[in-house]
Structures are given as C-alpha cells and as structure tokens.
Design a protein. Structure first.
Length: 460
C-alpha cells in the first residue's frame, strides 16, 4: 500500500512538471490581460526621411550621464542633426532594467516601463521619464527623423528567486513587473520543458526561450505585444542586441509582425557569416567585417586591408557601416579617415555620438555627410591601394559620382586616376585641395590629397 501511494504521487508530480504548459499559459493570460494604451500615435510619421537616404546617428554612448536627463539632451540636438543630413537616431534600450536609474538598459526587466513605475529603485530610467521619451520622439518626428529602438530579446534580469525544477535549484526567473504585462517564470527561460538551450547565453542572465509560444506572443504576437507597444509608442525601427544568442527567425518574425527598419548586432568579422545571418533574418546587419578591416587599415597603417571582404561589398543594401560604437569605442589612428571611408562608400553609415559632438571636427563630419547624401551614389570601383594610399570611384546613380582619395602618409600625395568624366572640370568637395583640374578626353586626371587626410572629387 505504501509503495503504491509513493508511486502514485511520483507519477502525478511528473505529470504536472512535464505537461505541455497550456494550463500555465492560460493562468498567465488571465492574470496579464490588462491592455496598456500607447501614449502616442504615429501622426508625425508621414513626412519622415526614408531610412537609408542619409546617415544614422547613434544617439548615446556607454555610461551617458545618469539622473534622467539624456532624453532631453538628445531632444535638444535632433533639429541640428536633421539639418546636417541625419535621417534616423538610434536610442539606447528604453525600458526599465534591473539596475534602474543606473542601467544602460541591457539588463531588461519590464519591457512596458519607459519610466513611469516605481520599481528597480526608481521611477525614471537612467535616461528620463516616459513623457520625456515621448517628447523626444515627437520632436524627432517633427524634424523628419526616424527613431530606432534598441531591443534586447536574448536575456532578462531582475527576476525574483523561485525553485526551478528544470535546474533542481532556485533561479532568478520570477518576473512580476508593475506594468502587469508579460509576467515570466522558469517555464519561459532555458532550460525548460520544451528546450534545454538555444544558440547562446549572455553572462549569467536569464536566457529567454523563444521556443515557447507564450514568450513569442508577448514579444510580438499579441495586440499589446512588446513590439506593437513600441511601434504604437512611436518607434520606427529596431536595432537587435546580441542576435548571436537566438535564431535569426526571431528577428525575422518580429520584423514581419510590426515592420520597420531592422538591423542586427551579429558580432563577427567574417563578411560571409554576416551575409548569411542577414539573409536568414531578412534584415540588415552591422558590418563588423568593415569595422575590423578599417581598424587594421588605419590603426595598423596598412590601407591594403581595405581591399578585403566586407558585408557592404557582398550586399550593400543590408550593410550598416560604423567606425565605433558604445561597445567598441577603440582609438583608431586618425579616425576621421575611417569616417571618410564609410561616408563615401556603399552601405548605410552610422556616426557615433561622441565622435560627432565631442571628439572630432563636426564641420568635417557635416561635410562628409553632405557628400554622402548628395554625391556618393552608384557602385564602387577601387582604383588604387597600397599601405598609405587608397583611391576609389563611386560610379554614380542619381548623381555624378565621386572619386575619394585617402592619404595615410605624412606628406602630400598625387596620383593619376581614371574617372567617369571626359573633358570635365572637377573639384575637391572637402576643400582640402584648391585644384580644379579638367579631365582628359580619356577620362584620366591627376588628383591630390593632403597628409593624414583625404579629398573627394566630383564635377564642378
């Protein structure tokens, strides 16, 4: 009799643990069906610049000032950025994270709290309040700028401790956010009854399980999903963090659910791998291959590396190029040369906030942005490259095209190059050279570039 009872309770325990979780889903659905109305409508989106027609601004850096002031700082700059030729701003993760007023947002806790609930040690996020974020987005839209949200889908942080039968110990996987939306438990993280793991984990954070329909529904499937709440709030596109940690289909399904420009952070210097991931996810990718080749070229003083494989050379329409970002921020020798490269070549270039506002010559960057937006079109032909010199031609599409000459040596350089223009007077649109030569009948011409600098030539 005793043995039968023990067997009975053992089998019943297995049943409740190994069930399909449908009852758990239903219970969660009943406790989290509160609808959260978006604060904003998309009324100002009709006149936005097309994303990719200009340049993206990464509108933050690591450890921006705490105290809830950052949204207002950015709000004060968007008009000037738009006038300079920026078409989109990329914001840091906007939702409340475990470290509350001190967090940069990459440890997300409540996806629906943009700075309105007193949890995780504060009401506001590090960057400000919900109303301040809303005001920033409205101001950006009024200045024709799209707003890119930084989305962290791989992991969560800040859950309470609970016993986790899949690990046989307690884990911090009990999420009861004050928004009342997207409660989570150990069923929603790895390992669980459906999947032991996915493509990757990040540190010791709780690893979200996108294999669970409950998680997918809350992230992008429901009418008040995270994706749709962000979109209705006013965000226009998405930068997906640490996409190595989950399947490319997650990004693809999110994008298909709500639309908008999408770019993934697949941190890999292999252009073929980036091209593969971009194709699987059907979105853009940051061109880390270009980043590493530029680092080798300008920091290693070997411009031959610019001849190497990069994502923009394989699929320019999916390549988001950058010189540095909040994670890298490495010192590249004469960094302005790297910006001269990405702002005259194919791909969608990104400018880092501190480079633009604090560290580099803003006038030179504005000039390069103008060149990118008005002259640099068509495919690319590399005309000459060695350790110190690099010359390339953009062959023109909706403009005459350009010839860019980057000189990493300590002296002026001159070189004969073949252009697309016969018997045509050209000039350097950077102002670094005062020459205004006329191309020969065979389209050849001599151009020059100053030391540790560059020139960009087009028809006068």
């Amino acid at each position: 009799m005793k043995t039968s009872k023990i067997l009975y309770f053992f089998l019943m325990s297995l049943f409740f643990i190994s069930c399909s979780n449908d009852e758990v889903f239903q219970e969660k659905e009943q406790s989290t069906t509160v609808e959260k109305e978006p604060v904003n409508s998309a009324k100002n989106r009709a006149n936005l610049k097309p994303i990719g027609s200009g340049v993206m601004m990464q509108a933050f850096y690591w450890d921006v000032p705490a105290g809830g002031t950052w949204w207002n700082v950015v709000k004060g700059k968007v008009a000037a950025w738009s006038n300079a030729g920026i078409d989109a701003i990329w914001l840091p993760p906007a939702s409340k994270a475990q470290n509350g007023p001190f967090s940069m947002g990459y440890d997300p806790f409540d996806y629906y709290d943009f700075g309105e609930y007193n949890q995780m040690g504060s009401v506001e996020t590090r960057f400000g309040s919900t109303t301040e974020l809303q005001s920033l987005i409205n101001t950006a839209h009024n200045n024709r700028l799209s707003v890119i949200a930084d989305i962290v889908l791989n992991h969560n942080s800040g859950g309470n401790s609970e016993y986790n039968p899949f690990k046989g110990t307690n884990t911090y996987t009990d999420y009861q956010p004050m928004s009342g939306l997207f409660n989570r438990s150990y069923y929603d993280f790895h390992p669980n009854d459906a999947q032991a793991s996915d493509e990757g984990v990040f540190g010791g954070f709780a690893d979200l399980s996108h294999s669970k329909s409950y998680v997918r529904d809350w992230l992008w499937g429901r009418s008040n999903s995270v994706a749709k709440y962000y979109k209705n709030f006013g965000f226009d596109g998405w930068r997906f963090d640490y996409v190595k940690g989950f399947g490319a289909w997650v990004v693809k399904d999110w994008k298909n659910a709500v639309g908008g420009f999408s770019v993934g952070e697949y941190w890999d210097g292999n252009a073929a791998t980036l091209d593969w991931w971009s194709g699987q996810a059907e979105v853009s990718a940051f061109d880390f291959a270009c980043y590493y080749r530029m680092r080798d070229a300008f920091q290693g003083n070997n411009l031959n590396r610019l001849n190497d494989d990069m994502l923009w050379k394989r699929n320019a329409s999916k390549a988001v190029t950058f010189v540095t970002n909040h994670d890298t921020d490495e010192i590249i020798n004469n960094k302005i040369l790297a910006y001269a490269y990405i702002l005259t070549h194919e791909g969608y270039p990104t400018i880092f906030y501190r480079d633009y506002e604090d560290w580099l010559d803003k006038n030179k960057l504005n000039n390069l942005i103008w060149i990118h937006n008005n002259l640099a079109s068509g495919n690319t032909s590399i005309l000459y490259v060695d350790n110190d010199e690099y010359v390339a031609r953009r062959n023109g599409n909706n403009s005459a095209g350009i010839v860019v000459y980057i000189n990493n040596s300590n002296s002026w350089k001159e070189r004969w190059v073949e252009t697309n223009w016969s018997n045509t007077r050209i000039k350097d649109y950077t102002g670094h050279s005062g020459w205004e030569p006329v191309t020969q009948g065979g389209k050849w011409v001599k151009i020059q570039a100053p030391p540790k600098s560059y020139s960009v030539w087009s028809v006068k």
